[in-house]
Design a protein. Structure first.
Length: 401
């Protein structure tokens, strides 16, 4: 079986696909990953054959992204979904993806929900397709409300009838690593979806933590802070780093903050005595020593904390999925939600103290971790993918009635 995975150039979008792709390869299937040319290092580093499609030129995407800062967050999120993912990215990728499907003839296409070029290419080539979720089910339902018009335009460019892509997307099978209780049970099936298959979030939390060289008082509990890989590239979010460190400076904890490549850790000096800053550090390696995670609601950080049974404080910063994740974390009591971004940073210490001292959040975080650990492994869903791929063969070579 030939399996094509297709993703945009985002580590958080590609990450949930990796365990399924590796499971397909381990089962003896031929796996390739279609992704923008700029994403080649990440694809190759994970051991996959990269099938590149064009990035949108910076002179086209740059001015559009620059204009988003003038919009309210709700409008900005809609514009990114519609105009960046479903128009600029998808239309740039479509010709190359259509040629790839014609040349390589995969048996199935698995796409992440923000990569729409492969949806149009698969429908055009009569190839079965499915989706690998990068968030809660309600994120998909929110997206569907805004996509009819750009999907119709994309479908027209692929030579498809009006409404075909919106219908195809709504009927896709979804593979998700979100536990049912966290995912708001029933949101997908109630919307006419064929079926949702859940697999265990792929993270291996070691028994013993590996953290940077000791700082502060090693006897004090560790608070791990990460606002994701994007925030460090924006001045207003770098200020969030400073405010968070200041808020926790007088707390009886040690703080490990990771800032990503967009921010130089030295720019935050002088640091409080209880704080240490790195660009990156493997999150799963610090979890065994972590008492509380403070994050922005990004899918990766949120799920790693849940898998490790660590309560978390979620402070959504800019994206709709962050607010949805924060809502579900709070609703299931595996953590707390704090709105307001930098304005609310002064409340971080009080919330962290509550999470460390309240047994309810600690108990629910451990309970959710057990639910996640009991989910099927990624290898267990390979048989479902094989079943779906057979539909492509039946579509191309229908059986006699």
């Amino acid at each position: 079986m030939r399996v094509l995975f297709s993703t945009t150039a985002g580590a958080g979008h590609f990450g949930p696909m990796v365990p399924i792709a590796k499971a397909c390869a381990a089962a003896g299937h031929e796996v390739r990953v279609a992704a923008p040319e700029s994403f080649a290092p990440t694809v190759i580093a994970n051991g996959f054959v990269h099938e590149p499609f064009p990035d949108v030129p910076a002179e086209v995407k740059g001015p559009f992204l620059a204009g988003l800062v003038r919009l309210p967050p709700a409008e900005s999120n809609v514009e990114v979904l519609r105009e960046v993912f479903c128009r600029l990215d998808a239309q740039a990728a479509l010709p190359t993806l259509k040629a790839l499907l014609d040349r390589w003839r995969p048996d199935i296409v698995l796409r992440e929900p923000c990569e729409f070029g492969s949806l149009a290419a698969a429908e055009s080539a009569h190839v079965q397709h499915a989706q690998v979720a990068i968030g809660m089910g309600s994120l998909e339902l929110w997206a569907r409300e805004h996509l009819a018009e750009p999907l119709a335009e994309l479908g027209s460019k692929a030579g498809l009838p009006s409404g075909r892509l919106a219908d195809a997307a709504a009927l896709e099978v979804v593979f998700t690593s979100v536990p049912e209780r966290l995912d708001e049970a029933g949101t997908r099936s109630d919307q006419g979806r064929a079926r949702t298959y859940r697999y265990r979030y792929a993270t291996s939390v070691p028994r013993k933590a590996t953290v940077p060289p000791t700082w502060g008082d090693p006897r004090r509990p560790l608070v791990y802070v990460s606002y994701g890989s994007v925030a460090g590239g924006f001045t207003k979010f770098v200020e969030m780093f400073r405010l968070t460190l200041e808020a926790l400076a007088d707390s009886p904890v040690r703080v490990l903050l990771t800032v990503g490549n967009g921010c130089d850790p030295a720019s935050l000096n002088p640091l409080p005595a209880n704080a240490h800053v790195e660009r990156w550090w493997p999150q799963e390696q610090v979890m065994p020593d972590t008492a509380v995670v403070v994050g922005h609601g990004g899918f990766g950080t949120t799920m790693i904390a849940i898998a490790a049974g660590v309560p978390q404080l979620v402070i959504p910063l800019f994206a709709i999925d962050q607010r949805i994740n924060a809502k579900r974390v709070a609703a299931t009591a595996v953590g707390m939600r704090l709105d307001g971004g930098s304005v609310a940073a002064g409340q971080v210490a009080a919330h962290v103290r509550h999470l460390m001292n309240d047994p309810t959040h600690q108990r629910e975080a451990r309970r959710m971790a057990k639910e996640m650990a009991a989910m099927p492994s990624a290898s267990d869903v390979v048989s479902v993918i094989e079943m779906l791929a057979r539909r492509t063969t039946e579509w191309a070579h229908p059986r006699a009635s």
